[in-house]
Design a protein around this ligand. Structure first.
Ligand code: ATP
Ligand code: MN
Length: 537
């Protein structure tokens, strides 16, 4: 069996990770070749946008309960063990990998050399070995792409082996079920099996960087998007959990995109970890999100979408999943920062999609409130799509990304605190969720209004306007904002039933307080004082 494609001197998978007796090895194929292989093998189709469309199979989202970290000398006292970082036995890891190797015996594999971190000081080489061509193309789209001459001497630091067709046996392998994503910090390997969801590949490396950068390099790693003003060259970052608007709001025709999901904040720069974007496509329209819409062309990979007859994507089709996605290399967006690096942020946005409709669409946080809300990491999702279920469910995910944090959240919060202290960086809380009532009564905030509020904040137009204070949460809300009706700026004013608002707000406040109990012992009093004030009822 042979090596096909472009590969360098260090291309012996047996020597590096013990992978032998494979079928053909396809090294660093071009997107066109990977598209061709995907289509020829019946794993995907070409859409009339030029983008490839694939289905990821049984899993159309990440599976947090099947994500493990190998427990060993290196991780024992550094990793924050629990529901997020679930322990996996080092011996079991080796045994499972042996079974994966056996599975890959005689099979063709696709190999991709890539790296993470746009700042060369922190660049980390990654080699991704995949069973499927489209998983490989995802890695091409999402990670940074070495130049052809860099492939020659490419030395991988981390390896990912991704075999969606390999199903683990919990009784033998020590997994929870047949799918898994396992991080091994000592061997610098990530094993992914039983799931074809591509997001596991990118979030695996994100988790690695969330360990390495803060722990070993004093860099704050962040689950955020980032962009730079065309004229002022000011950097803005947007933190938020899934679905809160990081990708959508960071694509802005007046600002160059640094990146849409994962960044590091070093001494004086913010840099992208990735080389691509991973956007949601549900209900995507050119009118609302022109940059993302236009990025869907040859080279992009659409996941789990439906079709309106023939090969035309139907972005309203949620029959496979709500989480339909597209990945594309960042240069599919026309105004990007090159390289993907900006200066220290001038504005920080915390995005929350508050389905209770309690939080204001924009408010300005004090430093203490910023720390409190960063540690809380609040958003609220709509409970389900079933008829009659109208009660949203709260999510508190520390640092707006606990699912990807191998270290204790206090570590990241401490780094953020150090970066904020003594600066005039603005921190804004943005509710991209509900207004006029909770889910079921109110409606989602108009995207055009959210964009206008962010633009106003970024251009200093909220510096000299009047502010009022939202009770309970004690948030400073502007009373006017260009291109936004003033009536929507105070959430209580948008509710017909004020008593219902007050009760819902109080109820949400008590959830914040309860969630924060676990951090109370190690949090400074001034930050604790920024908690919402639950009213006695
Ligand atoms: P992930 O971490 O999963 O990538 P994300 O934070 O990047 O999530 P987006 O992909 O930007 O989230 O998703 C936001 C979704 O909400 C988009 O589909 C967008 O069209 C929709 N949306 C509706 N109203 C708003 C609003 N007011 N602000 C932002 N997004 C909105
Ligand atoms: Mn996103």
């Amino acid at each position: 069996m042979e090596l096909v494609g472009t590969y360098g001197k260090h291309s012996d998978l047996n020597a590096s990770i013990g992978l032998s007796d494979l079928g053909n090895q396809f090294w660093n194929l071009s997107p066109a070749e990977l598209v061709e292989d995907t289509i020829i093998t019946g794993q995907g189709v070409l859409t009339d946008t030029g983008a490839l469309a694939i289905e990821t199979g049984e899993f159309t989202g990440r599976s947090p309960k099947d994500r493990f970290v190998v427990f060993d000398e290196k991780t024992e006292n550094s990793v924050w063990w629990g529901d997020v970082n679930i322990k996996f036995d080092a011996g079991k890891f080796d045994a499972l990998y042996n079974r994966m190797k056996a599975y890959l015996n005689g099979k063709d594999v696709y190999v991709r050399d890539a790296y993470a971190c746009a700042d060369p000081t922190f660049a980390m080489n990654i080699r991704v070995v995949t069973e499927f061509p489209w998983s490989n193309m995802f890695a091409y789209n999402m990670f940074l792409r070495p130049e052809a001459h860099e492939i020659e001497n490419f030395l991988p630091e981390w390896h990912i082996v991704c075999a969606p067709g390999f199903k683990a046996d919990p009784a033998i392998d020590g997994t929870r079920q047949h799918n898994f994503a396992i991080l091994n910090f000592t061997k610098k390997m990530i094993l992914i099996g039983g799931t074809g969801y591509t997001g596991e590949i990118k979030k695996g490396i994100f988790s690695v960087l969330n360990y390495v950068l803060p722990h070993e390099k004093n860099v704050l790693s962040m689950h955020c998007s980032a962009n730079i003003g065309n004229e002022e060259h000011d950097t803005a970052i947007f933190f938020g959990l899934s679905g809160t608007g990081k990708t959508t709001l960071s694509s802005d025709e007046n600002r160059r995109l640094i990146g849409d999901d994962e960044h590091g904040w070093a001494e004086s720069s913010v840099f992208n970890f990735e080389g691509g974007c991973y956007a949601k496509t549900i209900d995507l329209t050119r009118e609302k999100e022109p940059q993302i819409y236009d990025a869907i062309k040859f080279g992009a990979i659409l996941e789990n979408i439906g079709f309106s007859g023939g090969s035309t994507p139907d972005y309203t089709d949620n029959s496979i999943t709500e989480n339909t996605r597209v990945s594309y290399p960042i240069h599919h967006i026309d105004n990007i920062a090159e390289p993907s690096i900006g200066s220290t942020p001038k504005n920080i946005f915390f995005l929350t999609a508050d389905a209770f409709g309690v939080l204001p669409p924009i408010s300005k946080l004090t430093k203490e409130q910023a720390m409190y809300h960063f540690m809380s990491g609040y958003t609220a999702k709509v409970a389900g799509t079933e008829v009659g279920i109208t009660e949203p469910t709260t999510t508190f995910s520390a640092c707006f990304g606990a699912a990807f944090l191998p270290l204790h959240p206090a570590k990241y919060a401490k780094l953020l605190g150090e970066k904020l202290n003594g600066t005039d960086i603005n921190v804004w809380l943005i509710n991209t969720g509900w207004t006029g009532g909770s889910y079921g009564v109110g409606s989602r905030m108009k995207l055009s209004y959210t964009r206008a509020m962010i633009t106003a904040a970024l251009t200093g137009k909220l510096d000299d306007v009047a502010y009022e204070t939202l009770p309970i949460f004690d948030l400073a809300m502007p009373t006017s904002c260009e291109n936004v009706p003033s009536e929507i700026l105070n959430p209580r004013a948008t509710w017909a039933d004020k008593k219902a608002y007050d009760d819902t707000a109080n109820n949400l406040a008590s959830k914040f307080v309860k969630n924060f109990e676990k951090f109370a012992a190690e949090t400074d009093a001034n930050i604790l004082a920024a908690a919402p004030k639950v009213l006695a009822v």
